[in-house]
Design a protein around this ligand. Structure first.
Ligand SMILES: Cc1cc2nc3c(=O)[nH]c(=O)nc-3n(C[C@H](O)[C@H](O)[C@H](O)COP(=O)(O)OP(=O)(O)OC[C@H]3O[C@@H](n4cnc5c(N)ncnc54)[C@H](O)[C@@H]3O)c2cc1C
Ligand code: SF4
Length: 574
């Protein structure tokens, strides 16, 4: 039996970054928001004495349990997909804070080029530069239009950083100064500058000094403890929804959080979303929550899945190119580059933060000429000092045996003598890469899992080869005695990068090319908003959350406008 609850203004389906931002903004504007979250409620006390590598980094305590719910994966349309059950390969947050509870905190903006990638590429190089099958499109928003929302996200999260000289314009300085430059970072800066590049200290949500945000929430100064990505921060020094936007929503008195509540359907009457159906994960009880506005904030896999399960929007068909829900899926592959080993130098390998490091963008976006290159876009070259946790890391030059005397000698010697320089690259969409409902596998409730069809394209490989060479060049200039190259596998092997997935409910300037407009409002169901990287038409060069957050702030502004005006589309159809 389904219990029907009283109607509310807004219901959201997940309380990570996007759910938290929407809840904070809408409750501040006086609306009643119910936040449904499938996981438990977390507080900073849960993270106390949490420096347990086995529990958090290896067993992934804070993540979705893949025995109960996962995705399936295949490379091509002709393969049979299999469920992903390896928690080292697929990590997605659950519980209040979502992925924001255990993110590393790297907070880069995308480049102006990203938002107009198709038109800028054609304008400069002609349409033939875009390979057949690559389905890039403009995002329906320019960098100048999204910039104030990036600023809002950075102010809320207290981001520490210094400007990247090659990035788009900034209307504000970073709210807090950059983190400290450790010796390896100084070496990186010197090498990059000698080579003629433009390094900067990575912007981060590991806040460099105590900071109170415009909503009155205080973040403490980072301790460089290095138990950061995959862990919660016990010091309250990492911007996380549970120390920023969720308390802001709670303070208003207009917010109701319901945890252990998994949304299974969006209710849809053919024109409007009328609410959601959800289950209490402890008792199995089912509830209907009616609402004026439904906001999907459940990360891309569940955003897409909820639409498909609820029969909203036309599913994408890769064979005909028709339909839109599920289109342009991309997984952001981030880790290829070079490891340098130094015989005469010894570093403190334990100190670090989730995003301490340095980077440069001379080979990113269209910051360099692609006329004689057989790829478009590029990537960021970067070095990170996240702390070498001893179970997960055993850096020793390739060729070191995996056991015995030499293994022990090299492991001890090189643990303190290595630096890794990697490239994070844009990954562009392809007509055959998409999300749909798996025809075979279901979750605990009998609903089909999401199926991912994805592989790297030839252009992804060419872009990677180019950038790996640049990583090698930097490590050599840093003076490494041994350099090992970290290659990209020929095919995507189903190791999904830390919640760096995009697409499925993409944005654009017309219902012909997109599911949502630039307020994340569905073109065809105007009281249904879908927030998150599901809106990305391609995966930009770096970590997604600032762009996810900026778009969530813009969506929240649109929702307020929508409710004030009594409904209607926020962008007219082309
Ligand atoms: C280890 C790790 C490190 C990362 N580091 C970085 C970084 O350095 N920089 C960066 O930019 N990004 C990073 N990310 C990515 C970042 O966490 C995500 O971009 C961000 O959390 C996405 O926000 P979201 O609101 O879309 O999803 P989430 O934060 O994942 O929130 C979604 C919420 O919805 C809930 N939910 C899902 N389905 C349902 C349902 N059916 N019903 C009810 N609730 C549901 C989930 O439990 C979750 O709480 C990292 C991620 C991981 C895992
Ligand atoms: S490195 Fe800094 S932000 Fe990260 S967990 Fe430690 S104190 Fe917190």
């Amino acid at each position: 039996m389904v219990t029907k609850l009283p109607k509310v203004d807004i219901v959201t389906t997940g309380m990570g970054w996007t759910g938290g931002i929407v809840a904070a903004e809408l409750t501040k504007a006086g609306y009643h928001v119910v936040g449904l979250e499938r996981g438990v409620e977390r507080s900073i006390e849960d993270y106390l004495h949490g420096h347990d590598e086995l529990k958090y980094n290896i067993h992934k305590e804070l993540m979705q349990k893949l025995t109960k719910d996962t995705i399936t994966f295949r490379n091509t349309l002709n393969d049979a997909a299999k469920p992903v059950r390896d928690e080292g390969a697929f990590v997605v947050g659950t519980g209040t804070g979502g992925g924001g509870a255990h993110w590393g905190g790297q907070t880069y903006r995308y480049f102006p080029y990203d938002f107009q990638i198709r038109s800028k590429t054609i304008e400069k190089y002609g349409e033939s530069k875009i390979p057949a099958g690559v389905t890039i499109q403009d995002w329906g928003i320019s960098y100048d239009e999204i910039e104030p929302y990036y600023a809002k996200f950075e102010q809320m999260a207290g981001i520490s950083g210094e400007p990247d000289p090659l990035a788009g314009h900034r209307s504000i300085d970073y709210p807090t100064p950059p983190l400290k430059k450790l010796p390896q970072m100084k070496m990186f800066h010197e090498a990059a500058e000698k080579l003629g590049y433009h390094p900067f200290v990575v912007p981060t949500a590991n806040v460099s000094e105590s900071y109170t945000n415009p909503d009155g929430e205080t973040l403490n100064a980072c301790q460089y403890c290095a138990f950061c990505g995959n862990y919660g921060c016990e010091y309250g020094a990492k911007a996380d929804p549970i120390v920023t936007v969720i308390p802001t929503a709670k303070k208003t008195g207009n917010f109701e959080l319901r945890t252990n509540s998994i949304v299974t359907r969006v209710l849809y009457d053919g024109t409007k979303a009328t609410g959601v159906l959800y289950k209490d994960t402890r008792t199995g009880e089912e509830f209907e929550q009616p609402a004026d506005l439904v906001v999907l904030t459940s990360y891309i896999f569940n955003n897409v899945r909820l639409l498909l399960l609820s029969g909203i929007g036309k599913p994408y068909n890769p064979k005909t190119g028709e339909g839109i829900i599920g289109k342009n899926y991309t997984d952001h592959h981030t880790i290829t580059g070079a490891i340098g080993y130094f015989e005469e130098k010894k570093f403190n390998s334990y100190i670090g933060t989730g995003s301490l490091g340095s980077a440069f963008n001379d080979f990113n976006a269209d910051n360099f000429d692609h006329a004689n290159l057989d790829f478009i876009h590029g990537g960021q070259i970067e070095m990170h000092l996240m702390g070498n946790e001893p179970i997960a890391n055993n850096p020793a030059p390739f060729g070191t045996p995996t056991w015995g005397k030499e293994f022990k000698k090299n492991s001890l010697h090189y643990f303190y003598r290595n630096v890794t320089v990697v490239s994070q690259r844009a990954i562009l969409p392809h007509k055959d890469h998409y999300l749909d409902l798996d025809p075979t596998y279901t979750d605990d409730y009998g609903d089909p899992l999401i199926r991912v069809t994805f592989d790297y394209t030839e252009m992804d490989h060419k872009r990677n080869e180019f950038l790996v060479e640049k990583c090698n060049e930097v490590v050599k200039e840093m003076g490494a005695d041994i350099i090992d190259t970290i290659p990209m596998a020929e095919h995507f092997g189903g190791r999904f990068t830390f919640q760096h997935d995009g697409g499925g409910v993409i944005m654009g300037d017309s219902p012909d090319n997109s599911a949502v407009n630039n307020y994340m409002q569905m073109w065809d169901v105007d009281n249904l908003f879908v927030c998150g990287a599901s809106a990305f038409p391609h995966f930009g060069p770096t970590n997604p959350t600032p762009t996810v957050g900026a778009l969530a702030y813009r969506a929240a502004e649109g929702m307020i406008e929508y409710l004030k005006n009594g409904g209607g589309p926020l962008v007219s159809k082309k």
